[in-house]
Design a protein around this ligand. Structure first.
Ligand code: SAM
Length: 241
């Protein structure tokens, strides 16, 4: 995304009411962060958003450096962290070109934030930036949805985009989803969510090309192995020397 994607700028205030994450994701990332912190390393969350994952992680005793491109999301995160009494370091940064002063032992990209890389070049730049931020042996963990393209195209053929049916550019792997979001006062706001989906094998190739080895693929946050029918692709990769 650019720094001004309305989904995370104009509509940042509606994020928490509509995005609940994937079952078990907070505990999964928190536990990885606890392991990293025990090994003495720093923890970075990319696309920290409003702190849905970072705040419970900080409350569990881990110092997290949260990065996000959208100042509006960071402002909400900062306010929520203060209310919760969570110590968080927050910085505006673009996942495709960030750098850090101290090497991390864990970089996480929860809740499909990686899909905001809308080209293969952006995906590769993000993975490279993550590798440069990690010490050897450090982990990169992320989740993205498992594309179900046949069902998706059928949905598009039969649907009306204004009612929230996504449009798919299958050759570019880009999906645009109109998201009607209801505000507490009952007003409905229409935001467009734009993502580039990725297949497990494509993600694996990007990781291997950039100095990672794969530690695990899961199909959910309960530890199930990844398979065709999985709804999620959950990846843990390790930075090699
Ligand atoms: C789906 S939200 C995830 C927020 C949070 N991690 C969660 O689990 O609820 C994606 C976040 O990624 C951020 N983002 C999108 N593109 C980015 C980029 N290029 N660099 C850094 N953050 C980005 C958005 O601003 C948004 O806050």
């Amino acid at each position: 995304m650019t720094a001004r994607d309305p989904f995370y700028t104009d509509y940042a205030w509606l994020y928490d009411a509509h995005q609940r994450g994937v079952r078990g994701d907070i505990e999964f990332y928190r536990d990885l962060a606890l392991q990293a912190a025990r090994s003495g390393g720093t923890v970075i969350e990319i696309g920290v958003g409003t702190g849905r994952v970072a705040i419970p992680t900080a409350l569990a005793g881990v110092r997290v450096l949260g990065m996000d491109i959208a100042l509006e999301m960071l402002a909400i995160c900062r306010e929520k962290a203060a209310v919760a009494g969570a110590a968080l370091d927050l910085v505006q940064a673009d996942m495709r070109r960030f750098s850090v002063a101290r090497m991390a032992s864990l970089v996480t990209i929860p809740h499909r934030a990686f899909l905001h890389n809308l080209t293969e070049a952006d995906q590769a730049a993000t993975i490279r930036a993550c590798r440069l931020a990690l010490r050897a042996g450090g982990r990169l963990a992320m989740n993205v949805f498992n594309p179900e393209i046949i069902a998706a195209v059928e949905m598009m053929r039969g649907g009306d985009a204004f009612e929230g049916v996504p449009t798919f550019d299958v050759s570019e792997q880009v999906i645009e989803t109109p998201m009607p979001m209801r505000a507490p006062d009952g007003s409905v706001h229409r935001a467009m969510l734009r993502v580039r989906y990725i297949y497990r094998a494509q993600l694996e190739a990007l990781l291997l090309d950039s100095g990672f080895e794969i530690e695990a693929w899961y199909g959910d946050f309960a530890g199930s192995g990844f398979g065709t029918l999985s709804t999620e692709i959950v990846c843990v990769a390790r930075a090699v020397e």
